[in-house]
Write a protein of this length. Structure first.
Length: 169
């Protein structure tokens, strides 16, 4: 497990036991020869760029924004292994595919989850269907309290999408 790059700080978050019998598929991953990122699909379209330091994303944010992100990350780590990718404009959470992304702002945390369906409820700002089993749900969190039972259930579903479990149904 890669945990630290001296030039860029933490790259990959910790590993935890996989809960609820979720199994990350063992099919080989493709590593981009230019940037080193791993993908489920060979020659996956992406932007090759060095990862940033995670703390850089929170430099202009209120402390509650980082606390909210840390709460989300603690929840996701309980599901299983996850790569935390501090990219240029966002922080992506990735297993076999990216299933969540976060953009810290001054007073809140913007983000999206990829779910295998359209989720109801008024907490999502919008939902965009990329394919029938990949629906991007945009949200805004203002404090760790927003990471409640309902949001955790969406995180769990998104994590399964990241593991590509939604393709096995």
């Amino acid at each position: 497990m890669r945990t630290h790059d001296a030039a860029h700080g933490p790259i990959v978050a910790h590993t935890a036991a996989i809960a609820n019998d979720w199994v990350v598929p063992s099919a080989a991953m493709w590593d981009c020869p230019r940037c080193g990122r791993s993908f489920a699909n060979r020659n996956q379209v992406h932007t090759c760029a060095r990862l940033a330091h995670l703390d850089r994303h929170f430099a202009a944010s209120d402390p509650v924004v980082r606390a909210t992100f840390d709460q989300v990350l603690d929840v996701v780590l309980a599901f299983g292994p996850v790569d935390v990718l501090p990219e240029k404009t966002r922080i992506a959470l990735h297993v076999r595919m990216s299933f969540a992304a976060f953009i810290p702002r001054v007073h809140w945390l913007n983000g999206h989850l990829v779910l295998a369906r359209h989720a109801g409820g008024g907490r999502f700002l919008k939902a965009e269907e990329l394919s029938p089993r990949n629906v991007v749900h945009t949200f805004r969190l203002t404090s760790p309290v927003d990471v409640d039972t309902e949001f955790i259930s969406w995180l769990a579903e998104a994590y399964q999408v990241g593991c590509q479990q939604h393709l096995r149904r």
